[in-house]
Design a protein around this ligand. Structure first.
Ligand code: UGA
Length: 443
């Protein structure tokens, strides 16, 4: 195997995972970030991203002399050059937040290209891992003004909460470039993983990322819509998704209904592709409906709570006290960005409910942007004297709470389980009235 000399620019969740995993594959990696405090913490061995296995891999890489951290992209090139041989591959793992009108904001990428343009050694490869609009590699090539440096698109498909596992066991590796051999050189970095590899042009690689995330969002909106139909037709979504999931063309994964999909990626990427389509006069109705169905899902969860608590679809939640279990956008992360739970919580507040919340990943002093939500760090404290318990994130720990005890401290034993997390029989035996999503009432 060839040991490559790699600079990773950006020590966020994608950058740090890429750096640590590339080092674990034997490459020499310097990871850079503009945030001096973050680099200081990383140099001191402190990892502030909650990601299983990541801290161990970072420590191993550092101990083996294969991984180090520096401030600034130029710093990474200098550190590698100090070993006498220059950088060979530069991964850009930079934020591309939702900019004006939902268009991806490429400011961070442009700034780094400007910084590195004259410093990159001839023959190195510039690889973009950030999610960027189709055409960005071409634009980067223009901005770089260096015909001796190919730009490659190598999107990542990591999920928060299992980033290391996803990186080291990928379903596929996608690498695209318009310069011959460049994509092959980057694909070779992953050779040891033995994953199916798609070699293509830059625009197609960029498109793969959006097409994948938007497809996943569409799958979830579809499942949430089918769950609503199940409720109206007295069918059960758990059996329905199992039944369709055995069809290998559909698959069992990503079929759980919930309060809506969220996070830092799917909402941003669905909006961005919609804008990209709009810019080329393509009315992407399917994607628009995917997003609208999701926004409607939050309201639907509020209506569920309303009905369960007051017995009426139009009943008032004013002064009703609700316990919220789970605020992060999914279980296994402490990330609140784009959390459907927060969207539902904001609407419950607007409807006049009093909210007290617990999330196993969030200390009680975590800042929640919805005013009036009290966060506590004890799941039993949260349920005291409430009119209902609303489960919004699928933390497995909630299953093993002492439900018979909880039934004795609530004011009214009602659970609205927007993740179908609990076993209805268990909580019903404990004395609760339980409502899920897309479940028949007699199950
Ligand atoms: C997503 C993609 O799954 C990754 O492949 C991609 O690399 C990443 O975005 C990215 O672009 O960086 P992530 O944001 O970590 O990963 O979250 P997911 O695990 O995909 O979950 C997204 C949302 O869908 C969450 O709100 C989750 O609760 C919801 N979800 C997921 C469901 O409601 N039901 C399911 O069956 C699965």
């Amino acid at each position: 195997m060839f040991v490559r000399r790699i600079a990773v620019v950006g020590a966020g969740y994608v950058g740090l995972t890429t750096a640590a995993c590339m080092a674990s594959l034997g490459h020499r990696v310097v990871c850079a970030d503009l945030d001096e405090d973050k680099i200081g913490r990383l140099q001191a061995g402190e990892i502030d991203i909650r990601e299983p296995g990541l801290a161990g891999l970072v420590a191993e890489g550092v101990a083996a002399g294969r991984l180090s951290f520096v401030v600034g992209a130029t710093g990474a090139l200098d550190e590698l050059a100090a070993d006498a041989k220059p950088v060979e591959v530069i991964f850009l793992c930079l934020p591309t937040p939702m900019g004006v009108g939902g268009v991806a904001d490429l400011e961070a990428i442009e700034a780094v290209l400007e910084e590195l343009r004259e410093k990159l050694p001839s023959g190195c490869v510039l690889v973009n891992k950030s999610t960027v609009p189709v055409g960005t590699a071409e634009r980067a090539t223009e901005l770089l003004m260096r015909s001796d440096i190919p730009v490659v698109s190598n999107p990542e498909f990591l999920r928060e909460g299992c980033a290391v596992r996803d990186f080291l066991n990928p379903d596929r590796v996608v690498v695209g470039s318009d310069v011959s051999d460049a994509a092959e050189r980057v694909a070779a970095l992953y050779a040891r993983l033995g994953a199916p590899t798609v070699l293509t042009d830059a625009a197609s690689a960029e498109m793969v990322k959006y097409a994948a995330n938007c497809f996943l969002a569409m799958k979830l909106s579809y499942v949430n819509a089918i769950a609503e139909l199940c409720e109206r037709l007295n069918a059960d979504i758990v059996d329905v998704t199992e039944g369709i999931g055995y069809d290998r063309r559909i698959g069992q994964a990503f079929l759980s209904p919930g309060p809506g999909w969220g996070g830092s990626c799917l909402p941003k990427d669905t909006q961005a592709l919609l804008q990209v389509a709009d810019a080329v006069d393509f009315e992407f109705r399917l994607l628009r409906a995917t997003i609208d169905t999701n926004i409607r899902q939050y309201q639907r969860m509020v209506d569920k709570v309303r009905e369960a608590v007051t017995g009426k679809r139009t009943g008032s939640l004013r002064w009703k006290r609700l316990a919220v279990l789970g605020l992060t956008f999914k279980a296994g992360t402490d990330d609140l960005r784009g959390s459907p739970a927060l969207a539902v919580v904001a609407q419950l507040r607007q409807a006049g409910a009093e909210l007290i919340a617990y999330d196993p990943a969030l200390p009680a002093d975590t800042r929640i942007n919805t005013p009036g939500v009290v966060l506590v760090d004890d799941p039993y404290l949260v349920a005291k004297d409430v009119d209902a318990i609303v489960i919004l994130t699928e933390w497995a720990d909630f299953r093993s709470l002492d439900w018979p005890h909880l039934a004795t401290i609530v004011r009214r034993p009602v659970i609205i389980d927007t993740r179908n997390l609990l076993d209805p029989d268990v909580v019903r035996r404990a004395g609760f009235y339980w409502v899920g999503v897309g479940r028949t009432l007699n199950r």
